[in-house]
Design a protein around this ligand. Structure first.
Ligand code: SAM
Ligand code: SF4
Length: 343
């Protein structure tokens, strides 16, 4: 059993707008076995391995955040399961569950989940988010530029069979899956999984025009309402995350909407992101960051310096993001890919 590292009231991470940081999204790699058209370019230049935080460094950063009041950690990427030592990392972070940490989760494309689901469950993971934008094999391969849907389906089946709760995330794409969304929802709800739809965000050059991909979720919702009865669910609280949920009477399941472009969810933002290279980004939609890697490598045992860096990052957390997709041919709002910051 690990030491109790619960924070005291005085060292909590509370920003200038009174928001307490309780949620860390940690990217463990920028690499991925897929190349989703809205996320990556066909040819990606990945970071040299020496640039990535080691297992020990990732553990140190996460533990420090938990000591400062983070209660939920989500591992992401890139594809977290392509990192060879990811299960060891989950085991290390998992030792804090019940001792400061309430939940350890993962966002994955599920291509390798069949191999890892049991180990993840054994290390304390109880829920995973799985990104899936089509349940049609050919369309899935087109969107991911290379993926095999059968592997993802096998990953989902294994996850459910070992007892993991699965939520599906689907990015709404005007030409590639908008027509298929009702079928994806029915499939997810048929297996007892919640599903969240996400608006495509202008992050990183992908070789595709965003305006050809972007469809506002307000339009998707209108179409769904012609088919089904959608009942808004009360927001649990302001910090519950950016998803707004409805219950669908006919399918008996929950559907979430994440709408960074058509409505802004920043007021209750309780999260920070740390990249696989050790940069803290306090907002997905802004470029301000604080670098932890140099600090950790130059001063490996200096907890005071690390905590000061967290305070510095906290001070820079902006009130809100300013995404927009306006004109045809317009570049990415931020050159950074989602796979670097962690989605
Ligand atoms: N590879 C894992 C996966 O796909 O679940 C984890 C990383 S991925 C970057 C995390 C989430 O970000 C996925 O749900 C993906 O669909 C979403 N995402 C990536 N690029 C995006 C973009 N430009 N706009 C909206 N969502 C995006
Ligand atoms: Fe890979 Fe996830 Fe990005 Fe798709 S969304 S390319 S699976 S990191």
């Amino acid at each position: 059993m690990a030491d109790d590292i619960r924070p005291s009231k005085t060292n909590l991470l509370v920003d200038r707008f009174g928001r307490q940081i309780t949620y860390l999204r940690l990217s463990v790699t920028d690499r991925c076995d897929l190349r989703c058209t809205y996320c990556m370019a066909e040819r990606m230049k990945f970071l040299p391995r020496v640039d990535l935080l080691t297992l020990e460094e990732l553990d140190l950063v996460t533990t420090t955040f938990i000591q400062r009041g983070v209660r939920k950690v989500r591992l992401t990427g890139g594809e977290p399961l392509v990192r060879r030592d990811v299960v060891s990392l989950v085991e290390r972070i998992g030792r804090h569950l019940g001792n400061g940490l309430d939940e350890l989760t993962l966002t994955t494309n599920a291509t390798l989940l069949s191999d890892h689901a049991s180990a993840l469950y054994a290390a304390g993971v109880r829920r995973v988010n799985i990104s899936l934008d089509s349940i049609d094999p050919a369309q899935f391969t087109a969107i991911t530029r290379r993926g095999d849907l059968a592997k993802v389906m096998a990953g989902i089946e294994t996850a459910l069979s070992v007892g993991l709760k699965v939520k599906i995330n689907t990015v709404a794409l005007k030409h590639q899956n908008a027509d298929e969304i009702p079928a994806i929802i029915e499939w997810a709800h048929g297996l007892g999984m919640d599903i969240t739809l996400i608006e495509v965000m202008p992050l990183g050059e992908t070789g595709e025009d965003r305006i050809d991909q972007y469809i506002p979720l307000s339009m998707v919702r209108d179409q769904l309402e012609q088919r089904w009865t959608l009942t808004d669910q009360p927001n649990r609280d302001m910090t519950a995350g950016p998803s707004r949920y409805v219950q669908i009477t006919e399918t008996g399941g929950r559907l979430g909407f994440i709408t960074p472009l058509t409505s802004n969810f920043c007021a209750g933002c309780n999260r920070v992101r740390v990249t696989c290279t050790g940069r803290i980004y306090m907002c997905l939609g802004q470029d301000d960051h604080v670098d932890l890697r140099g600090l950790i490598r130059d001063h490996p045992n200096d907890a005071t310096a690390l905590n000061k860096a967290l305070d510095q990052a906290l001070f820079a957390k902006p009130e809100k993001h300013d995404f927009a997709i306006n004109r045809r041919g317009e570049g990415a709002a931020l050159t950074r890919h989602m796979s670097v910051t962690g989605g």
